[in-house]
Design a protein around this ligand. Sequence first.
Ligand code: AMP
Length: 547
Amino acid sequence: MQGLMMDMPLLISSILQHADRHFGDTEIVSRRVEGDIHRYTYSQCHQRARRVADALTRLGVHNGDRIATLAWNGYRHMELYYAVGGMGAVAHTINPRLHPDQIAWIVNHAGDSYLAFDTTFLPIIEAIAAKCPTVKGWIAMIDADKHPVSDKIPNLINYETLLSGGNDDFQWPELDERSAVALCYTSGTTGNPKGAMYSHRSTVLHAYAAALPDAMGASSRDSILPVVPMFHVNAWGLPYTAPMVGAKMVFPGPALDGKSLYELFETEGVTFSAGVPTVWLGLLQHVKQHDLKFSTFKRTVIGGSACPPAMIRTFNDDYGVEVVHAWGMTELSPLGTLSKLAGKHQKLSPAAQQKILEKQGHVIYGIDMKIVGDDGQDLPWDGTTFGNLLVRGPWVIKEYFKGEGGDPLVYDKEGRGWFPTGDVATIDADGYMQITDRSKDVIKSGGEWISSIDLENLAIAHPAVANAAVIGVAHPKWDERPLLIVARKPGAEVTREELLKFYEGKIAKFWMPDDVQFVDAIPLGATGKILKTRLREQFKDYTLPTA
Ligand code: AMP
């Protein structure tokens, strides 16, 4: 027997429509590349998004066409998310921190028909325009009177001029909820990047899930500033979650330094934010240096790479900001787990609670996870056994765009597909997951595994350390041993011996790094993660003193 409920498709256009009707006067505030602060409301955003959708239709954009963006977090980018996705085309966000050749490769692989960009990235567009034959026009997202001129870019269109030719009586089409809405390529630290193609359904379900109290806990009382970029996994879904719940949005644009962020946090009453650990280093340094406090900022989600426990403590103890440590991936839209205390943890000591909050956390309803050994057999949830982390759920990819790389899933006895995350993790009896490492970064020493993340977190807690990375180096007896690579804070002194001593009593003896090397800076990739591939290359001729 069938249920007798309405079959209303889950479409992203309905989110903005809802925000317009019910939170129409709630603000979206953006720092712009023009240099000023722009403010308008959800109603105005909805009106302009419909105009853009109409204007793109007039340009000949069809269902399924890919429209790329190379842009900061801002209101025009938000309009494009909804205009492009809502009309049935695909909003393809590209990370401008990639090398121009990689960007051109991605544009060509996706077959983008238009590309909209913030003018900060004009030099990139000039470098790639001639190499991207599928792109029919390049759209500069800037006021018409500041429109750039370039003889290297054919068909350079102004966003505001384009928009003014569109009609705001445009009606959002009733699409199949499984149709594509957005495309994001993985960071591709190995091999070519691969595209994760999100659907309307996956995006709306992810937005609902992200809003839950034990996930991001977003509400209409919040003022949300996503530091996490809209060019990487849709700013963790916040451009969908915020309008769904009617939260105010604050976009930092190109200014991601501590001072500019702090200013926006204070002037716009920001209560909630999200970003990778590296962006918070700048903000924390700024507030510490100037002896500032946050007057409204209450909580932040930190993920994308392991959040150092020292950062969780500083936010909480010094500034009264709750850190919610989260784990996710481009292939998961991206949220998988978040760490919040359950009811049963309320009576634990602060130290025991902190240990739980340092983990990557509990799955949100919708995601199923397990850890398996190299033989594919399930491993116990005891908080100590490491295994390969597999996930499934309605916002997890089942294959990459254009079938790139073949079928990525592994199948269980019942024939259900699981996505292998490439992460190694433990899961405790309460279901809290902790990432030990990327499977290719875990250090295999004499048949035992050593977590490079744990060693890095401990090193970062040393007051003289700006950033640290641990890699495995070949060893004749043990296969691999850990090498600690450290960038010191400017002007700070710390020796190899002092750092090794700092580990004593905090780790198992066999985890102790065999050596320490100092570098000026730890190389970071386009999404702020440590580039271990580059470090391995840099230290390929290095021999451990113990070898
Ligand atoms: P990306 O698809 O570029 O967002 O990268 C996803 C990968 O980042 C994951 O597979 C993890 O290896 C890593 N990652 C994300 N969040 C965390 C976290 N909280 N702790 C450790 N690693 C993380």
